[in-house]
Ligand binder design. Structure first.
Ligand code: SF4
Length: 366
């Protein structure tokens, strides 16, 4: 738990964004009993509770463990797994369990990210350290966002990711991410040169390395599924954006099983009740995100949530931040709005506070 100006801030990791109804409803109760009454969705499809009193983390931790959301005290910070919201998510639990079972992986930096892409290409390029992306009946393993031609059977994705994460820990110095390493060949070698690495034959992970085949790199999408959706298994559902990423307890209690998306939205199977969530892809609230801002964060120079809500023009994704740290900024092409001591920077351009709504409206439509 971090301390913020409005109390304790606790992040609850939700691998793959998959939450069962009973977990979501209990989280809603905890947000009311211990926090400020809302669940905040993060750009990694996790949840945050804020406004927690001193010491509330003890009750919260016990409650989260009881509903299966704190399976490992040692590995909590490294359970960072994103998955395509409409995909099967079938490897999420297997990867989570495998990461938690390796004691040395508790030392992974908290920013290290695994991504399991269904083939939609929606999470593979989202700055993950290790990402699996289906190619035909096999999976490409992207290392530090780069396709080195490594191809695996789908049932080898989890052991390959664990092997690469361990290799990263062996070679990292101060780096937090694989892409920051001066040379990622050691990570690649953990799979392609297992013999040279002294891996016993029976423990080797079968991989093939294509000399030429490479997946065309994609860009991280700035928006998730909105409106009617079809899941990878053919099931129908609805995707919705959560205004400014804050799901109220009442909204959470009215939902069933959900998938939280990395675009601060939810996807549900079947129908979505009318809850004030955004299901119109052309609505002004689509693509609008904000950090906590004033009065919730000590560093904030402005009430950016209020400022964001005052602009009702749809268009390009926009992220409002109360200072230059830009917490919670989504990946990809996003209009950057950063509060300063005398106004805002809108995509780096200084704008007085009284003109920021106009500048953002124009920036969203450019
Ligand atoms: S971007 Fe700045 S103001 Fe916003 S939450 Fe982060 S530290 Fe606080």
């Amino acid at each position: 738990m971090h301390r913020a100006a409005d109390g304790g801030l606790a992040r609850v990791r939700v691998p793959g964004g998959r939450l069962r109804a009973e977990q979501l409803h209990r989280l809603a109760d905890l947000a009311v009993d211990l926090g400020d009454g809302a669940l905040e969705l993060t750009s990694r499809a996790n949840l945050q509770l804020r406004g927690l009193a001193e010491g509330a983390e003890l009750d919260l931790g016990a409650e989260l463990a009881a509903i299966g959301l704190l399976p490992s005290r040692t590995h909590e910070k490294v359970r960072n797994i994103m998955a395509s919201p409409l995909g099967p998510g079938d490897l999420v639990a297997e990867l989570d369990t495998a990461v938690c079972a390796e004691s040395e992986l508790a030392a992974l930096p908290g920013r290290f990210l695994f991504a399991l892409d269904s083939g939609a290409g929606d999470v593979a390029w989202s700055r993950a350290d290790l990402a699996a992306l289906p190619v035909g009946d096999r999976a490409a393993l992207l290392i530090g966002g780069v396709d080195h031609g490594i191809r695996l059977a789908v049932d080898q994705v989890v052991p390959a990711m664990v092997a690469c994460a361990k290799a990263f820990l062996r070679v990292r110095d101060e780096q937090w991410r694989i892409a920051e390493l001066p040379d990622t060949s050691v990570i690649v070698a953990a799979l392609v040169d297992q013999e040279a690495q002294g891996q016993p034959f029976e423990a080797r992970i079968p991989v093939t390395v294509s000399p030429t085949e490479r997946v065309t790199p994609g860009t991280p999408p700035t928006g998730g599924p909105i409106g009617p959706v079809v899941f990878a298994d053919g099931g129908l559902g609805v995707g919705a954006a959560v205004p400014l990423g804050r799901l109220t307890a009442e909204q959470a209690r009215a939902l069933g099983d959900v998938v939280i998306t990395p675009w601060r939205g939810v996807v549900v199977r079947g129908d979505l009740p009318e809850l004030g969530l955004i299901t119109d892809p052309s609505a002004p609230g689509i693509g609008v995100t904000s950090c906590a801002g004033r009065p919730h964060c000590h560093k904030a120079l402005a009430d950016v949530r209020a400022a964001a809500l005052a602009v009702s023009v749809p268009g390009r994704a926009v992220h409002w931040a109360g200072c230059g740290r830009r917490c919670g900024r989504p990946a990809g092409d996003v209009l950057d709005v950063v509060a300063t001591t005398d106004g805002y920077l809108v995509d780096g351009r200084a704008i007085p506070g009284e003109r920021v709504a106009e500048a953002v409206a124009q920036g969203r439509q450019d």
